[in-house]
Design a protein around this ligand. Structure first.
Ligand SMILES: *Cc1c(COP(=O)(O)O)cnc(C)c1O
Length: 387
């Protein structure tokens, strides 16, 4: 549980900073691991959600593999201690250098996103006397029912190989002597809260699994990606996502052939609720139509609201004077952009310069998206067991 009292007790900390609740993080990871183990499902953690060292060490120790989307993420995963045999590498634009590095690390598989990429990996593997394991990332045209900026599995998206290209893909695979097709891969989007989306995905995966089987390809791995959403509106009511219900969908609807493994790539669901961005009120501007709380954190520390119009719960920490009525504030950052706004008309206790504000559910796609725009300071972070 988010411990507002504890944070307030450490209010001497320089703000802004990310606060990571290490206990909740570990509980979340353990819950997910137990739920996956029930069906022998393998989970690769998507590093891009949060690659903070403590987070990665916890994920690694719990026994998850790693899902990387850049050569540097592969490098980071190896450095943290993830076994190369449990690292997968996705991304529409892998450079030759990144492919070479990952090959040299003997990673488990490349999730390949185009026919041309198959040829390139084949050539590089040939040059290095290696054989590359690949899974084809197929675009299943399943609507994730989420914000269009985090939808990835529709025909109009840049990700994966379209179904009409599969004939060409298997022809290419038959010619590639330095590639081994081990499976098929999907990732239809992020922050998916309607579990029916995953049911639709299972049906598509079954069709394609049969399609490959009929053509003589024995797939070892069905990788269904990530995307499970979290409760941004009620972080304390749902601190841990319902991993059991999520994995049960795949257990019930995915038709595994003998010996086939099912792999997942969860990011957000494993780390979001463990992080909060802690900030301080710099100024209060009361207008005729609007009241503004101007924070010392902005879109440079947390980009999701500006980038995807994402909602985050905003709370004022510390003593609340019960005598005064709550006030509607537009909670904004100091950056010179109008999109630098964390929430409009947010109902908060009457606030003053110096008050601490928590922006919740920011453990995923928060710290990792921080930028130096406006020449801002490097983002700071604090772990719950350090304070
Ligand atoms: C981002 C990403 C994930 C993780 O998505 P979440 O919504 O954070 O679970 C998994 N797989 C791939 C290929 C990704 O790009």
């Amino acid at each position: 549980m988010f411990d507002a009292g504890r944070i307030a007790a450490f209010s001497h900390q320089e703000t802004p900073f990310y606060f990571y609740d290490i206990t909740l993080l570990q509980e979340t990871l353990d819950t997910a691991k137990r739920a996956a183990d029930e069906y022998n499902f393998r989970v690769h953690y998507a590093l891009k959600a949060n690659f903070n060292d403590r987070v990665l060490h916890a994920v690694c120790r719990t026994g998850f593999g790693a899902d990387c989307v850049s050569g540097n993420e592969v490098k980071k995963a190896v450095e943290i201690g993830f076994k190369p045999s449990e690292i997968v590498f996705a991304g529409v634009g892998k450079s030759d250098k990144e492919i070479t590095y990952a090959l040299d690390q003997n990673i488990f598989a490349f999730n390949v996103e185009s026919v041309q990429e198959l040829r390139i990996i084949d050539a590089i593997a040939g040059d290095r006397g290696k054989k590359a394991n690949v899974a084809l990332r197929i675009n299943p045209n399943v609507d994730a029912q989420t914000h269009h900026y985090i939808t990835t599995g529709l025909d109009e998206n840049k990700f994966g190989i379209a179904q009409w290209e599969l004939g060409e893909a298997i022809e290419t695979l038959r010619q590639c002597r330095h590639i081994e097709l081990i499976g098929i891969h999907f990732h239809v989007g992020s922050q998916i809260t309607d579990l029916n989306v995953f049911k639709s995905l299972c049906i598509k995966v079954n069709e394609l699994n049969n399609w490959f089987d009929e053509r003589g390809f024995r797939l070892h791995v069905l990788n269904v990606g990530g995307g499970l959403g979290v409760d941004y509106h009620q972080p304390d009511a749902t601190p841990i996502p319902d991993f059991r219900a999520y994995f049960a969908i795949f257990a019930n609807f995915l038709e595994r052939k003998p010996g086939q493994e099912v792999h997942f790539e969860l990011g957000r669901a494993l780390v979001s609720q463990s992080g909060s961005l802690i900030s301080r009120v710099l100024y209060v501007k009361n207008g005729i139509k609007k009241n503004f709380l101007i924070l010392d954190a902005g879109m440079t520390e947390l980009m999701r609201p500006a980038l995807y119009q994402a909602y985050h719960q905003i709370e004022r920490l510390g003593q609340i004077e019960t005598a005064s009525e709550p006030i509607h504030y537009d909670v904004v950052g100091p950056i010179c952009e109008s999109s630098d706004c964390f929430g409009k008309e947010v109902l908060l206790p009457k606030s003053e310069r110096g008050d601490l504000i928590a922006i919740r559910t920011t453990g995923a796609y928060g710290e990792v998206m921080a930028s130096r725009y406006n020449l801002r300071n490097e983002i700071r972070y604090v772990y719950s067991d350090e304070i």
